[in-house]
Design a protein around this ligand. Structure first.
Ligand SMILES: [Zn+2]
Ligand SMILES: [Zn+2]
Length: 264
């Protein structure tokens, strides 16, 4: 079992000691885990969301050595993507020795999606089209992340889930995003945090998974997006079973930015 989306106290929104994550992962029978702390300085301009990379790598490398007989530990990152800063983002990913890079939309035109959730609820038609257009532009211009993070993240923090538009309203944009990922040998993640945020599904929802399958896509990683040790591995086994039921025959992980597959 894998959990490839984990935050520690290198992220602005987690207080978890990295070693606590590892202990919890081992306890929960995770065999491959990835630290994917937030680097969001490229998509947000209101606050500093970065950390000391040298310290990050040295911490992970030490822990990797210490626990090497129990678990595979990958040095990943979750980068907030923004097409306006594509050159900087591409360079950042290329220059650093990450195993695995999640590219996520956390902000649209530098406006944080979570902070803007009340406005999104008031005018979902406008914001949903805008969000997916921005994602498409960012996926096209930010070329070297491994997987796209939590595609339908915009659903996650809305208090009133009844305002979420029907999939058909933005399906054309999602289709273009998925085609671009497939064309460039990148995938997306099945992020189980949706279940913890009052959605009855992971991110992305089944309609997106089914479309990806129909388009011939087959690169999916799994992660819990945990910010605390007690949610590590949450719903990952269910997720694997679900992907299998939808017709996928393997899941992926990345080492040295190269895809590897595991049959399911
Ligand atoms: Zn995220
Ligand atoms: Zn995350």
């Amino acid at each position: 079992m894998q959990d490839l989306h984990l935050h520690s106290n290198f992220s602005f929104d987690s207080n978890t000691n990295p070693e606590e994550n590892i202990k919890s992962a081992i306890k929960n029978d995770i065999k491959i885990m990835a630290f994917t702390d937030h680097m969001d300085n490229f998509c947000q301009n209101s606050r500093d969301i970065s950390f000391d990379l040298e310290e990050y790598f040295s911490t992970i490398y030490k822990l990797r050595e210490k626990y090497k007989n129990q678990i595979k530990i990958l040095a990943g990152i979750e980068v907030g993507i923004a097409y306006e800063n594509a050159d900087k983002i591409n360079k950042f990913i290329e220059e650093n020795p990450f195993d695995f890079v999640i590219g996520s939309i956390h902000a649209v035109e530098f406006e944080d999606v979570w902070s803007n959730r009340k406005n999104i609820e008031k005018n979902p038609a406008y914001y949903y089209r805008k969000y997916y257009k921005y994602m498409l532009n960012s996926v096209k211009s930010c070329k070297n992340f491994s997987v796209l993070g939590h595609i339908d993240y915009i659903d996650r923090y809305l208090e009133d889930k009844s305002v979420i538009p029907d999939f058909s309203f933005y399906e054309d944009l999602v289709e273009e995003i998925l085609k671009e990922l497939i064309k460039t040998n990148r995938g997306f993640e099945y992020n189980t945090a949706g279940f913890r945020n009052d959605l009855s599904h992971a991110n992305p929802k089944d309609k997106i998974l089914e479309k990806y399958k129909n388009l011939g896509g087959n690169i999916i990683t799994l992660g819990s997006d945990s910010h605390f040790p007690d949610t590590i591995s949450y719903k990952i086994n269910d997720g694997i079973k679900h992907l299998k039921d939808l017709g996928f025959d393997h899941i992926s992980y990345f080492e040295n930015k190269k895809e590897k597959t595991i049959e399911i």
